[in-house]
Structures are given as structure tokens and as C-alpha cells.
Design a protein around this ligand. Structure first.
Ligand code: BEZ
Length: 218
């Protein structure tokens, strides 16, 4: 129980600056603070190489790499496996399916990075990272975190959707409603005082449910 509590205490949260680290990856050594300069980072963990769900997920990231690039985002994977295991798995999947994991995958054999990011959740597994995704902006601030258990794979459309939603929200100062996707109306900031509320009630440029819920096209 003590270990679990320690892990919970260090889990980085939304709004935190992503903890820095150095690591060995399939694309060479990295220092995170120097990684993906001026770009977003989608940093994700998987439980283990040569396992079925992980193979589908990693293939999904690899197959959508150009979509992440179009959103100015770099992919960074991690599992608690050796670099030799990573290389053998990348090569095996390429040989068997033609899909190449052309992004760095951290070999976190000493669990240093997994612990730093709360990816090791001992009540789920003491030796394998859960399926985490950290969305980290170009200022290295954590903007969204997903944690999935070992037995359920993630949804690539959702990962891309939230990345785009964060970026559109930043660019236009708006918020995204339920199930928002590119092209849908966005939510404009609710009024903060009575004058703004009365203005909003007379604003015919937005789709208004009431003063606090108004949508518009971008
Ligand atoms: C998998 O990726 O298939 C997997 C990994 C760890 C536990 C269960 C499933």
C-alpha cells in the first residue's frame, strides 16, 4: 500500500510542467526538455513489448504519424522493457505487418520515467506501465492526461480529437462541447458580469440556449 501512495503522490497533473528526464530510446538518447522543441508531445506508455493489445496500439500510432505531424506533434512511447526487446519487437512487427514504429520508444528498464509520470500503478501491475497518454504543449505544460488499464486499448480517433481540440481552444479562446470534432460549433466564453450577460442575451451572431451556453462557428 505504501508504494501505491508514493506513486499517487508523484503523478503529474494537468497544468504541471512535465517533469524532465533523460532516457534511452529506439531513436537514441533523449533529454525531455530538449525533445520536440516548439512542438506538442504525445507521450504514451504501453505495458509490454510483444503483447497483442500493445501491438495494435503502437501500430495505430505509427499509422497515424502523419496526422500527428500535421498537428505539430511528436510521438514518444515508453515501456518497461530493454532496448533490445524494443528493437526486436519493432523489427518483428515490421516484418509481419509492414508497419514501422518510426518514433522514439523509451526503454524504461529501471522504471525511472514510468514512476516519474505515474505510469506505474502498482495496484494494476507492479512491473508493467499502464496505458497512459500525456498531451504536453510546446511550453512543456501537461494539458491532458489519459490512463487506461492493461486490458483495454485506447482509441486513436479520440487521441487525435483531443489534441486538435486543445489546439483550437488555445488559438480561438473557446471551449469544446460534448463530442466536438473539427468543423463543429464551439462554445464561447460565458459572460462574467451583468453587462456582458445582457449583451449576450442580445447577441444574434451566436446559437444561444441561454446567456451561459452560446455556440458559434469558427
Ligand atoms: C496486451 O497488450 O495485450 C496486454 C499487455 C499486458 C496485459 C494484458 C494485455
Amino acid at each position: 500500500m505504501e508504494t501505491s501512495q508514493e506513486q499517487i503522490n508523484v503523478m503529474p497533473r494537468i497544468g504541471d510542467i512535465a517533469p524532465d528526464f533523460e532516457a534511452v530510446t529506439t531513436k537514441g538518447n533523449i533529454k525531455f526538455s530538449d525533445f520536440a522543441k516548439d512542438k506538442w508531445t504525445v507521450f504514451f506508455s504501453h505495458p509490454a513489448d510483444f503483447t497483442p493489445v500493445c501491438t495494435t496500439e503502437m501500430s495505430g500510432f505509427a499509422q497515424r504519424k502523419t496526422d500527428f505531424e500535421a498537428l505539430n506533434a511528436e510521438l514518444l512511447g515508453l515501456s518497461i522493457d530493454s532496448i533490445h526487446s524494443h528493437l526486436a519487437w519493432v523489427n518483428n512487427v515490421k516484418e509481419k505487418t509492414g508497419v514501422y514504429f518510426d518514433f522514439p520508444i523509451i526503454a524504461d528498464i529501471d522504471m525511472k520515467v514510468s514512476k516519474l509520470y505515474g505510469m506505474l500503478q502498482p495496484n494494476e501491475s507492479e512491473t508493467a506501465a499502464v496505458r497512459a497518454v500525456f498531451f504536453i504543449d510546446p511550453n512543456k505544460k501537461i494539458r491532458l492526461v489519459m490512463y487506461y488499464p492493461l486490458n483495454v486499448g485506447r482509441n486513436m480517433e479520440e487521441i487525435l480529437r483531443v489534441l486538435e481540440a486543445l489546439q483550437v481552444s488555445d488559438e480561438h479562446g473557446v471551449a469544446m462541447p460534448l463530442n466536438w470534432k473539427k468543423g463543429d460549433k464551439v462554445i464561447i466564453k460565458p459572460p462574467k458580469n451583468l453587462d456582458e450577460m445582457n449583451d449576450r442575451l442580445n447577441d444574434d451572431t451566436c446559437e444561444r440556449t441561454d446567456f451561459y451556453l452560446c455556440k458559434r462557428d469558427l
